[in-house]
Each structure stands twice: as structure tokens, then as C-alpha cells.
Ligand binder design. Structure first.
Ligand SMILES: Oc1cc(-c2ccc(F)cc2)cc2cccnc12
Ligand SMILES: [Mg+2]
Length: 214
């Protein structure tokens, strides 16, 4: 039977990356997606912006919405302090199965908890299930239609505190106009747009960093 694109990405990691070396896993995925098949990883250009925000926040608690093959999961997990708690939510079981193996190849399986299911189902349960009060950093990289509703849900569930940082991928392409309008116009957020390019292309895209103010 035909392999899927995530399975081909995993094969490229297992073939070209060194076990336990997160940077070689990132490089292997970026080379495969640049030279062989495009895939919706955040990529290296936006990935460097992600790295700088993670390093600046130095979060003790991180939530990622949308794991896909685990590319950004590996980037984030490799920068976290040892005591950090990192949860990544993935709705698609096939993506989750590949991501677990990519994260393991990087040797980061003890740094991140991959949870399968819908973000809207899981967000209300995170406090009780994982003993997390609030998130210092949230990386939004799932389906764009859910960015705003999931953000409002996180607010309602008390998962954001003064200073919590939301970093959203794909502000331009595919775009999340209702989310961007909300975080840029709300007095409860201070937002900044990091202009970049859609992964592995010359098209414009960018990340929106929004700090929750209360
Ligand atoms: O980074 C992403 C990119 C795209 C995307 C798909 C097709 C295009 F033609 C352009 C962009 C989709 C995503 C869906 C979820 C999380 N990230 C995505
Ligand atoms: Mg994305």
C-alpha cells in the first residue's frame, strides 16, 4: 500500500538524522521538504523566529496546538529547561503516530506529552489532567478556523495569565483573519507581526506574537 507524506517524512528522518540529535532531525525534515515534497511544517525561516520567542519566554509550561509530524515540537522541546511541562495536541491519529516516532528519534520523548484529540475537547480538561495552572507559551499551528475559538476557550478556562505569550503560525497563508483581528484590536493583548515566508516557498507568511495583559 502507498505510504503517506508523514510516513515519508519519518523515513527521511530515520535515514538522514542521528538518533538523539534534534538539530539533525530538523535539518532532515527541512531538506526533505525543500528538495522532495512540500509539507506544512513551520519550516526553518519561521522556525528561527519560533526559536527566538521560545528562548525569550523560557517557558515552564508550553501548549502546542497542532503537532503534525512533530517538527515544531522538536524545535520547541530542544530549547526548554529540564523542569518544563510541554503538551502538544494533535487531532489526526496518523499524524500523531508519525510525530511520536519523530519526537522519539530526536530523543525528546521525555520532554513532551503528545495528546490525541480535538483541542476544543482537551483545553477544558488540561488543568485537572496534567496539573497545569496556566501556560507561559502557546504555539497555535492547527486548523485556522479554530485559532480564535480555542483562544477564547483558553481565556475562559483560566489557562492564560498576565504575560502569557500566544504565537500563531500562518497569519497570511492560509490566514486566520478573525483571530488576527481579535488579538490586534483587543485591549487584553499586545500583538506583534513577524513577517516571514510560507515554509519552503517565496510566498509571504508570518507569525503573530500576542502577549495576554490580564
Ligand atoms: O503552515 C501551514 C501551511 C498550510 C498551507 C497549506 C496549503 C497551502 F497552499 C499553503 C499553506 C496549512 C497549515 C495547516 C495547519 C498548520 N499549518 C499550516
Ligand atoms: Mg503552520
Amino acid at each position: 500500500t502507498q505510504s503517506t507524506r508523514p510516513q515519508r517524512i519519518l523515513s527521511a528522518v530515520q535515514k538522514n538524522a542521528t538518533r538523539g540529535d534534534p538539530r539533525s532531525v530538523i535539518r532532515a525534515i527541512d531538506q526533505f521538504c525543500s528538495q522532495k515534497e512540500w509539507a506544512m511544517n513551520v519550516g526553518n525561516e519561521k522556525g528561527c523566529i519560533l526559536d527566538s520567542v521560545v528562548s525569550e519566554v523560557n517557558p515552564a509550561t508550553v501548549l502546542e496546538l497542532g503537532t503534525y509530524c512533530g517538527y515544531s515540537t522538536v524545535r520547541i522541546a530542544s530549547l526548554l529547561p529540564p523542569y518544563a511541562k510541554f503538551i502538544t495536541l494533535e487531532f489526526n491519529p496518523d499524524f500523531a503516530a508519525v510525530a511520536r516516532q519523530v519526537i522519539a528519534w530526536a530523543g525528546l520523548e521525555d520532554k513532551v506529552q503528545l495528546v490525541e484529540g480535538a483541542s476544543s475537547d482537551w483545553i477544558p480538561k488540561i488543568k485537572e489532567q496534567f496539573g497545569i495552572k496556566t501556560f507561559d507559551l502557546v504555539f497555535l499551528d492547527h486548523w485556522k478556523e479554530h485559532y480564535l475559538s480555542d483562544t477564547k476557550l483558553m481565556e475562559e478556562c483560566g489557562l492564560l495569565r498576565k504575560g502569557s505569550v500566544l504565537l500563531a503560525d500562518n497569519v497570511i497563508c492560509p490566514g486566520a483573519p478573525d483571530y488576527v483581528e481579535y488579538v490586534r484590536s483587543s485591549p487584553r493583548y499586545k500583538s506583534h507581526y513577524f513577517r516571514s515566508h510560507l515554509e519552503y516557498t517565496k510566498a509571504e507568511d508570518g507569525l503573530e506574537k500576542s502577549v495576554f495583559l490580564e
